[in-house]
Design a protein. Sequence first.
Length: 339
Amino acid sequence: MNYRKLGIATIIVVYLVVVAGGVVRSTGAGMGCPDWPRCFGSWVPPTDISQLPANYQEIFGAKLKGEVLFNPVKTWTEYVNRLVGVLAGIFVFATFIASLKYWKRDKTIVGLSFLSFLLMGFQGWLGAKVVSTELKPLMVTLHMLVAIIIVFVLIYAVARAYSEVSEVEKVTHKPKLNFILATAIILSVVQILLGTQVREAIDEVIFRIGYDNRDQWIEQASQSGLWFYVHRSFSLIVFGFHIWFIRSLMKNTSHNGLLRSYGKAMLTLVGVEILTGVIMAYFSIPAYLQPVHLTLSIIMLGVQFVAFLLLNAENVFGRINRVDAEAFATPLHTSNVRN
């Protein structure tokens, strides 16, 4: 079993979990299944209200301290989200098993893979708590933070499995670049967590005025607290740090390579992320755009983290081929990433 290919597939599946979670939030299907791990007491959710007992609201409403209304679309949206989460857990476990072959060569890979497996289990437990606490803001935010950590751990584990990487530019003033990029990553994480607070404010508005008044969500949410304005303004700070990093990277590298490519991708993702946020703010939060906005933010973090690993490649990969002016011009410069 190829650990690197499986690890990359696992990262993709984890991203699918984020997408599924975004769809659940955007459609208001978070409580589509009022219990966990089953859904309305069954491993296969009902498709029609006739499949539920007459007093189902009393049964499941008591469990959640509130009324439960059956909606087959929301129920199955939430249930598919759970199935994707289970699939991710299977992939993470398989990745850990595949990592055991690296025990003699690099125990850190095994340790990171096992850590991702533990975190995925913890994430499943958090998912149950999110349901049992009726989408309590703190639990939702923690749920998102753990997803980010899992992505970082998996990316680092897979990166260490590469014994050689080429086309990494020769970099000067590395401490400065490390500072800028690390700060940009931290600010991006903070921005995502601020976004969860904005979402919670919108959820409160939805509870008051309903889904049919989508055009009033932003106005009502902006009046209920400062989270909306902080999140909006903070995006400019994040964007500014990315511009600073790109400018510094261009000055401290001599040729195009992996780092510059990832740097440009980072800046593009931040720009598109801001654009989707603007569209949501001025066009009544289109439901299809909410999961896109969330997924782009997690992809952006992944790209940032890979760039950070490349910037510190000597401590990650076993062997590095540096690209400088002379090497770039020679016919020997032919490979990208090798085993």
